[in-house]
Design a protein around this ligand. Structure first.
Ligand code: 5GP
Ligand code: MG
Ligand code: MG
Length: 183
């Protein structure tokens, strides 16, 4: 979806398509270096991480495998509670594997904390986190995030996989929504 088509729905573009491309390529180069000579499994968290996974994985030079999980986090409205249900589990047995979780955005980090302890219990050889976006609260998280695309302000953003009511995931940049969209 070309950003100009929904220009009226956005108040502000926070991160452009070009910035996203550049940053994903930088992170891919880091990941290539860090995992050199090792087999890596990328675990994408559906649905938000689809765009990140597509871009990051294609920017990598290493041979990797990919798998997906879908989780739903219960909470009131836009607040997540940390109570998580697995809607779709991995197809892969990750025991002994080097696993990199690919996330769209970390806000409170509650969803991720649950996911991490769940995946750790399956005894991977290593487990690291990559996220495209991170909000301020997440920086106080106990869980270490190894690769962060962008630290963003505490605002609700859409685009590049992130939705509002199911829409805007196919927006090529990331931005904030105009008030009229919510009403
Ligand atoms: P957490 O458990 O870290 O608070 O929440 C993470 C999840 O909340 C993300 O995977 C995403 O689905 C949703 N989320 C958090 N912040 C935003 C945001 O700014 N925009 C959108 N579209 N979703 C968000
Ligand atoms: Mg997510
Ligand atoms: Mg959502």
């Amino acid at each position: 979806m070309d950003d100009t088509q929904i220009a009226g729905d956005l108040t502000r573009v926070l991160i452009s398509k070009e910035q996203l491309e550049t940053r994903m390529a930088e992170l891919a180069a880091e990941i290539d270096r860090d995992y050199e000579g090792r087999d890596l499994l990328l675990v994408g968290v559906l649905n938000g991480a689809v765009m990140v996974m597509a871009d990051l994985s294609r920017a990598l030079r290493s041979r990797v495998r990919m798998d997906w999980m879908a989780i739903s986090s219960y909470g009131s409205g836009t607040q997540s509670s940390g109570v998580v249900r697995i809607l779709k589990d991995l197809n892969t047995d990750i025991s002994g594997m080097h696993v990199l979780v690919v996330e769209d955005i970390i806000d409170t980090g509650l969803t991720l904390s649950y996911l991490i302890s769940n995946l750790k219990s399956r005894n991977p050889a290593s487990l690291k986190i990559m996220t495209a976006f991170r909000k301020p609260e997440a920086q106080q998280m106990a869980v270490e995030v190894s690769y962060v695309g962008f630290d963003i302000p505490n605002e609700f953003v859409v685009g590049y996989g992130l939705d509002y009511d199911g829409h805007y995931r196919n927006l090529t940049s990331v931005g904030t929504l105009a008030p009229h969209v919510y009403s």
